[in-house]
Design a protein around this ligand. Structure first.
Ligand SMILES: [Zn+2]
Ligand SMILES: [Zn+2]
Length: 136
């Protein structure tokens, strides 16, 4: 069921609301997500423009030729991963106030997950090769 979900960074400088059709959470273990998070990046997917409050506080970083990451320039919270070609957001799951309906469904780059991280939820897992085959 669609519902408006409120989200904000740790310091509150950035906030937004989105209507999520799907509250499936993905955990990404790619090298970039390991660097930015020190563990793995969990996100919910949202396609469409987002009206960010405090958008001036979002520092946008080109993380690859095809994608950008946004983070709060005050507190450093990860806000999103986004493709450059379309407004397809992977929004940081931790920013959301109400995560009661969020369930971990998928893990990306499972084959490069560090051994010290083990998620117990039953998930669909994709290897590095499967991820690149899917997104090119
Ligand atoms: Zn912040
Ligand atoms: Zn990643």
């Amino acid at each position: 069921m669609s519902k408006i979900h409120k989200a904000s960074c740790d310091c509150g400088a950035v906030s937004f609301e989105v209507e999520l059709k799907d509250t499936a959470v993905t955990a990404c273990h790619c090298a970039s997500c390991q660097k930015i998070s020190s563990s793995f990046f969990t996100c919910v997917h949202y396609n469409g423009e987002i009206d960010f409050k405090g958008a001036d506080n979002i520092k946008i970083y080109d993380s690859s030729a095809w994608a950008q990451r946004g983070f709060c320039n005050q507190c450093g919270s990860n806000i999103y991963y986004k493709t450059k070609s379309a407004p397809q957001y992977s929004l940081a799951a931790g920013l959301f106030d109400d995560k009661a309906s969020f369930d971990l469904k998928t893990q990306y780059f499972i084959d490069i997950k560090p051994n010290y991280i083990e998620l117990t939820a039953k998930t669909d897992n994709m290897t590095r090769k499967e991820c690149f085959d899917k997104w090119g």
